[in-house]
Design a protein around this ligand. Structure first.
Ligand code: SAH
Length: 374
């Protein structure tokens, strides 16, 4: 039992209970069998926690009273608590701030768009990638989030807006999901399992700055989960400066492994391209981009830079953004421009850094039903 606690990266060393929130089916079976219980009890626990989302062991009515007490004495479910919610006044975007057990804070952003309800989740506290234009990079890397903390963002937001309300999940919040590989993969399993959170894998997208060995490993998992690459430049010169890992992998190496992903999954890669004024927004960039993507089944998502107070980068004007898009469209690339959502609450792409003081409206979350079901 102690080793299982260790494996889950539980940060509260005072708790002698195993944290069930974040356990995959296999891990739950391992724990249940370690308790001398039959494996179907693991199926039941898994369903109660992730699928039926009860918050207390005594609601698990297909477990006998004695068994409920036994489990409650040895286990709990912790994934951080919702500390604050900020609603945008200009659109439907809502930013949620979570406080984790060790006091660290992460954010998720809920966006509504054409019938879709998308939750943008965080995977790390801070980030080590050091992308020069990104607010999270300024925090530095604090730690990986546990699997329980990752899935808990979904469970807690749905506690507020309704079970199964979320239609899509994107790993585009704080952190680099593929740098927290094990916990991200476990979270994907729980999110997509039919008896888990039960969101179709193809409605989940992992976004990466382009960590080639991790993408190669991800390819071998053969998941139906979507992949988005933050390309953001068309020459190695510029990309080396913006995204330090490019110095190792180079654009060609990154696109190679993404092409492999597209072929293996028969899906189109999402190419994110943050437009930075006078850095990567020229017509020549647009032409080079269409050239680079010629042999990669992909669609392009242009993201006009969300300016960060005190930062060195600027957003191009609308005309430049349109011209860039037109150039790609001429080259027959499917291209969308991401409109800036939740800008007024600093919930826009790449602005997450858990300094919620800037929020316009702050609604303190009501005392939440504790995630601790004991
Ligand atoms: N680490 C992952 C996921 C987090 S970043 C990744 O790099 O993809 C999610 C997206 O936000 C990336 O495409 C990133 O390039 C973009 N982004 C970061 N800062 C931004 C900013 N200030 N304005 C617009 N987009 C930004």
């Amino acid at each position: 039992m102690t080793t299982l606690v260790g494996q889950m990266g539980t940060t509260d060393s005072e708790s002698h209970r195993v944290n069930l929130l974040g356990l995959t089916k296999a891990q739950m079976i391992e724990w249940i069998e370690g308790q001398g219980l039959p494996r179907y009890r693991a199926d039941q626990l898994y369903q109660w926690i992730y699928h039926r989302r009860v918050r207390r062991f005594d609601e698990m009515t297909n477990l006998s009273k004695a068994l409920r007490l036994e489990v409650a004495a040895r286990a709990e479910g912790r994934g951080g608590k919702l500390a604050q919610r900020s609603a945008s006044q200009v659109d439907d975007t809502v930013k949620y701030l979570f406080e984790l057990d060790d006091g660290e804070r992460v954010e998720s952003v809920l966006m509504r768009d054409q019938g879709r309800i998308t939750l943008c989740v965080s995977s790390q506290v801070g980030c080590a990638q050091d992308c020069q234009f990104c607010a999270t990079a300024q925090l530095g890397m604090k730690r990986n989030m546990t699997t329980g903390e990752i899935v808990s963002q979904v469970l807690q937001v749905e506690d507020e807006i309704g079970a199964r309300a979320i239609t899509n999940i994107v790993f585009m919040g704080m952190g680099e999901p593929l740098a927290n590989y094990k916990n991200t993969l476990a979270a994907l399993e729980i999110l997509s399992a039919a008896d888990g959170i039960a969101l179709a894998a193809r409605r989940i997208t992992i976004s990466t700055s382009g960590l080639v060995p991790a993408i190669a490993r991800f390819n071998r998992e053969k998941l139906k989960v979507g992949l988005a690459l933050s390309l953001n430049a068309t020459t190695d010169d510029v990309r080396d400066r913006l995204i330090p890992s490019n110095q190792r992998y180079k654009i060609a190496g990154v696109l190679d492994v993404c092409r492999e992903w597209a072929h293996l999954t028969r899906r189109r890669l999402t190419v994110e391209y943050v437009l930075l004024r006078d850095v990567n927004d020229s017509r020549n960039d647009a032409r080079r981009l269409s050239e680079l993507l010629r042999a990669v089944p992909s669609k392009v998502n242009l993201i006009p830079f969300n300016e960060i107070p005190g930062g060195q980068f600027r957003r191009p004007d609308d005309r430049t953004v349109r011209a860039f898009q037109d150039e790609l469209t001429r080259a027959h690339l499917v291209t969308t421009v991401r409109n800036t959502k939740g800008d007024d609450i600093a919930a826009a792409c790449g602005q997450l850094r858990a300094d919620y003081e800037n929020a316009l409206i702050q609604i303190d979350a009501p005392a939440m039903a504790s995630a601790n079901p004991s």
